[in-house]
Design a protein around this ligand. Sequence first.
Ligand SMILES: *Cc1c(COP(=O)(O)O)cnc(C)c1O
Length: 466
Amino acid sequence: MNKKSILSNLPSVDELLNDDKITDLIDEVPRKLVVNSIRGCLQNYRSKILNMKEQELENFQVDTDELIGSIIQGSKQFISMNLRKVINATGVVLHTNLGRALLSDEIKEEVWSVASGYSNLELNVATGKRGSRYSHVVEIIKYLTGAEDALVVNNNAAAVMLVLSTMAKEKEVVVSRGELVEIGGSFRVPDVMEQSGAKLVDVGTTNKTHLWDYEKALGEDTAALLKVHTSNYKILGFTEAVPLKDLVTLGRKNNVPVIEDLGSGVLVDLQKYGLTYEPTVQESVALGVDVVTFSGDKLLGGPQAGIIVGNKHWIDQMKKNPLTRAFRIDKLTMAALEATLKLYLDEEEMMEKIPTLKMLTESITSLAERAQKLYSILSSVGLSIEIKEDFSQVGGGSLPLEKLPTKVIAIKPSHLSVSRLEEKLRNYRIPIITRIQEDQLIIDLRTIKEEDYGVINEALKDAIGV
Ligand SMILES: *Cc1c(COP(=O)(O)O)cnc(C)c1O
């Protein structure tokens, strides 16, 4: 058959609309959308035919059932949520591609009541006058960090940009060559500085920067000294960086403010819980850094946000910068951030109720117990599985060298390849994201919840066809 006659055998839009399966579909999906899907699928089918080679055309027949199948699938997919829950079985706690920090179940009501109802977002209830959206978190951030004032924007990249634009536009900012960080995507410290209008003066070398390197760079045009916490890498070996304390002293002596981009922004000393030391926001404030910026959704365990703390004088100036409006956070973020910060008021509560901190500090005994439980559930699937020791990662560009001992379920499928199994789980109704290691599929207990065990079981059975 030639292409033309095959194409003329394709059903019309009207014929398809009269098919029983499609009329059933219209009970579920708006008609207009179904028509749109029919047109799209017909178009794809036409292109497929037009691209066929002579031999393929010989016995080809239009498969109306296949066409209808793709119309139904396409329409249903269109109305279902594309952004949805996945199960993170990778063990990477702050997984940027999977949404970084998880919010606490504890704060559901606070967030939803602000989201679904009117709120005092910019109303001072006591006076009846206009209020500031930032006021809701300023006092608690001051209390937790010891800072004089605070401001919150969309994310830490925006925070850095706002700070530099306010304090150093058309002026110089001195930064160590060892701290010119790229943190994935397109966020590079030098690029952000350029966008802010500040002029970067990089000093020292990749592995060593001395106080006198900063000192030599100071001049009439110096607006600030910048320290960037290299939270996603470590330079090891023959290295030297200037301690924050000395940088602050140098700044004071020369009347130049010191800015620190802390990145992760942890509020608890993680050493107490057996993790590597990570500088806290409180320490930087106590050392006299003028302005500190950090993320809301890294180690802090809150929503995506950039938090700026420091001298009131500088924060006041930032509030007048038009970028503050452009970078402003919405009420959902504000509610989630305030509610998360409230959990920090009680140290025990904080470790228990902030998922990021809880996952990072879960004991190996508890992980082993959970592994045993999942193992028992999965042992009925009929796959070769075992419990193994492994390491989880913190992720999110935080504590890059930290290897958290964990327990994993390792699976070796027999009738399909490991990569096919990984793909099937990833494409399950609730996608399950795993990793492959030494030809085994690895499910790390640290980042999965007990309520997900059932789904993992179903997905595995589905994948191997039992
Ligand atoms: C992560 C990070 C940022 C960017 O923070 P976001 O909240 O992702 O915008 C900036 N600086 C450092 C040092 C970081 O680690």
